[in-house]
Design a protein around this ligand. Structure first.
Ligand SMILES: [Zn+2]
Length: 114
């Protein structure tokens, strides 16, 4: 689950520094924004990329192997019912983000005129 998230459509808005969030809490991007540019830590087309702190009610599980944080590209975030929802990437040599394949999440569009 997450609260409303704003889509980032500008590649330059992504933060590429190692060991820090790829984007601000409350925003996400589609993986195509970045995967077309480069191979990005295993990210594939048709995924949502989001910072971990934007997600609520997720449970850590599976292999979470890395040197300073999970980085082995395996399912490691689950919903309360233990369904796979995402792959958290958060080791020291990468920007930190979660891959949410669109096959495993539901996007709900909300209108916000504010
Ligand atoms: Zn490390």
């Amino acid at each position: 689950m997450s609260g409303p998230l704003q889509e980032l459509t500008d590649y330059d808005a992504l933060r590429m520094e190692y060991d820090g969030p790829l984007m601000a809490v409350g925003s996400y991007c589609r993986s195509e924004l970045i995967v077309t540019e480069e191979l990005f830590y295993g990210a594939q087309d048709n995924e949502i990329l989001v910072y971990r702190d934007s997600l609520t009610d997720v449970i850590e599980g599976g292999p979470r192997v890395g040197c300073c944080g999970p980085g082995d590209r395996k399912w490691n975030l689950f919903c309360q019912e233990k369904h796979r929802i995402g792959i958290e990437m958060a080791d020291c040599y990468m920007p930190h983000f979660v891959r949410l394949p669109l096959t495993h999440v539901k996007l709900i569009k909300v209108n916000c005129d504010a």
